[in-house]
Ligand binder design. Structure first.
Ligand code: IMP
Ligand code: MG
Length: 181
């Protein structure tokens, strides 16, 4: 285990199994419709890569980058599109893939912007959810794991751009982020 990790919250095997089940739930829910999966950079990349490989039907994907926390572990409360998708989403079924829903501010602000482009539908798949932290109303259609209010990294999630390549989800030692506050 990485020395900055306090404990492993979700193992590689648990991630694999749950993402596979999520793909089955998503497939059942979209019954025969082609999907456009939009990954929110950068945290969703590994989740998206594992998810789309478990989808039996055609699924295009694209990416969008929105303003992030930077070095802080708290959400800034506003969102701006830093890098947009290149796909035309009019009339298409959109699945937003997000690493973690924390306050809910990011997606609750992003979804109305996407709806202005007239997609057929917009749904949300989040690998992780921290419902205790929610300050914005947001319906999450597919959730991988509900987790307690602890700062986690790995499987795409970072702290200051580090730890994204850890194959598991781990709780970061608080001493690591308290150092830079
Ligand atoms: P929200 O707008 O507060 O829901 O923020 C969601 C974003 O915050 C996620 O996409 C992550 O980039 C980041 N985030 C929230 N909690 C964590 C965490 O525990 N570890 C790493 N990133 C997090
Ligand atoms: Mg993120």
């Amino acid at each position: 285990m990485h020395p900055d990790i306090q404990r492993i919250l979700i193992s590689e095997k648990e991630l694999y199994e749950r993402v596979k089940d999520m793909a089955a739930e998503i497939t059942a829910s979209f019954s025969g419709k082609d999907l456009l999966v939009i990954g929110i950079l950068k945290g969703s990349v590994i989740f998206l890569a594992d998810l789309v490989r478990q989808l039996p039907r055609p699924a295009a994907f694209d990416f969008m980058k929105v303003s992030s926390y930077g070095l802080s572990t708290e959400s800034s409360g506003s969102v701006s599109i830093l890098c947009d998708i290149t796909e035309n989403i009019s009339g298409r079924h959109i699945l937003l893939a997000e690493d973690i829903i924390d306050t809910g501010q990011t997606l609750s602000r992003l979804i109305p912007l996407l709806r202005q482009r007239n997609p057929a539908s917009v749904k949300v798949a989040a690998l992780l959810d921290k419902p205790e932290r929610r300050t914005a109303s947001l319906s999450v259609d597919f959730t991988g794991f509900t987790i307690p209010d602890e700062f986690v990294v790995g499987y795409g999630l970072d702290y200051a751009e580090q730890y994204r390549n850890l194959p598991y989800i781990g709780v970061l030692k608080p001493s690591i982020y308290q150092r830079s506050l």
